[in-house]
Each structure stands twice: as structure tokens, then as C-alpha cells.
Design a protein around this ligand. Sequence first.
Ligand SMILES: [Zn+2]
Ligand SMILES: [Zn+2]
Length: 313
Amino acid sequence: MSHPFHVLKFRDGAPVPMKEEAIRAVLSSVTVDGLPGRGLPEWWNLRTRDGGEAEVYGDATCLSFTHVSGRLVLDRMAELARRTGAVVMPPDGPVLLQREHDRRHLPDGDLRAHAVVLPPAAWSGRAVEQAVRPLPEPPRRPALPRFAYHSGAGAVAPSDEPCVCCGQVRGWVYTGPVYGAEVPSGGICPYCIAFGKAAERYGVTFNDVIDGEVPDEVAREILERTPGIRSWQSPRWLTHCGDGAEFLGPAGAEELRHFPDAVEALRRKCGEWGWSAERVDAYLRALDADDQPTAHLFRCRACGTHLAWSDFT
Ligand SMILES: [Zn+2]
Ligand SMILES: [Zn+2]
């Protein structure tokens, strides 16, 4: 910050001097080589124990702080204003007042209109810093589109980049697999998946293999308008009761304890491959929601049965 902060005291529209004793009391201890016994130098350097620095110039009527760094320098500046009844004028942002009463003493209408009162309890370097560089509001992300066959879990990440397909900043980007010859290089938003726009535009799908027979319309919904499953092998979309099942998310042994029906389905699958009971048990125990091998947990949309698939190695 090389533009200066000014600390000054206004009365009836004009600056009036601050008490020199107060200036010395607040700034002496952080002045490099100290302040002289009487009077104030034309300019001097501050250094605080957090490594912060500033150059100060001016006189008792207006002290300017330039090249300001560090919270403690701002604390000193705030303390100076507090002790002298001055206001702080940051390089950007409104004049900071300690009392509403001080507003009418400011010299012009614009300053008066925009000045901000920081209550005495909040009067600190931190408050000054926030007034100059307001903390960004946590971004509010729009609700995700509703997918009939996917809970949405783990398929998107927050993003402030525009979607490569619709060009809009939707607050989310799809992070799952994309299958096709012309996979776009940028991120696709989940709305372009839900509305089928991305599939149509790029000729891609987001899922590849459906495990079982479902009506064509269901297959298209799952392949073209449903987020895919991240997996290091080729994942399968499970079906039940003649419909695609809903994907609930990745699951490990811990998560699957609550879904014995899904564990049974996995055990049957392993059994079909001629694995020994010991090998199956060891495999099921090793399942991890965040690491290989992972199970993919589904629920039948019709009967509620839980199902799971895994990358059987
Ligand atoms: Zn989009
Ligand atoms: Zn079912």
C-alpha cells in the first residue's frame, strides 16, 4: 500500500491539530531510533515487532502514513486516532469515524455521506484493514440441478470459471469422466449435463456401461444427462426393477456397514468370479470411499434395495 492513510481531526469542516503528547505516546515506541525530545520530524519511519513498517510525514494537523505494511502499524494508527479524536482516511474506501457525532465535522458532503462509524470496541488495525480491503463474501452457489439417477455427490466442484458449453458462470464445474471423441478441454457445468446440452453439442456421454436392460429413454438419461462416476476402471451403472438405480456416491467398508443388501450384491458378484470366501472378505474389508478399491453405492428407485459395484481387480 503506497497510497497514504491520513489521520486528522476535523472540527466544523476544518482540520485542527492533534495533541503532540498523544502522538508521541502512541508512535514513539515504534519509531525507528525514537522521536526527538521536542517537536516532530518532517518524516520518520515506523517499525513494529510483527515486521510491519510505515513512513510517517506531516504535522499535528495531519499525519500521513505511507508504505504501510502489517497489522500492528494499523493498530498504532487506530490508537492514534482514538486518543486524539481523529478520523482515519484510508487511501481507498470511506472515512472511518469513531462516533456518529464526528460526521458533521467532515469538510464536504461526499465525505459525510460515505463515512463509516466503527464503534469504539471495534476500533483497531483489523477494523481499518477490513474497511480498506473488505473480506470477500463467501460466494453463494446456486442449487445444483436435480438428477433423477445421481445424488450429485462428488460429481462437481465449486468454480468461478465460465462453462465451456454455455459460457455462463454457474458456480459449479463437473469433475467426472467424459466419454467421446471430442471431449471439450474446459469445464462443463452440471446444468449443461442435466439439460442434455453438453451431450448434444460435443457428442459425448458421461457414463459408458449400463449393467442390465433398461428402456432406451432411461439409458439415454443415464448416459447423456447424468454425471458419471469417477473410477480408475470402467464403472458400471447398476439397474434394478427394470430401471436405472440412483447413484448415491462412492463407499468404503465403513459406509457399506449400513447397507448389508449392497454388501451381499458385491459378495455375489465376487462369487460369480470364483473367488474364495477369504479373498472376498479381504476385498470387502479393503474397500475405501477415498482410495482404491472403492465401491459405488446405488439404490433402486422402485424398491429401495441397495446395490454396489466395485472395480474388481
Ligand atoms: Zn453450461
Ligand atoms: Zn428394485
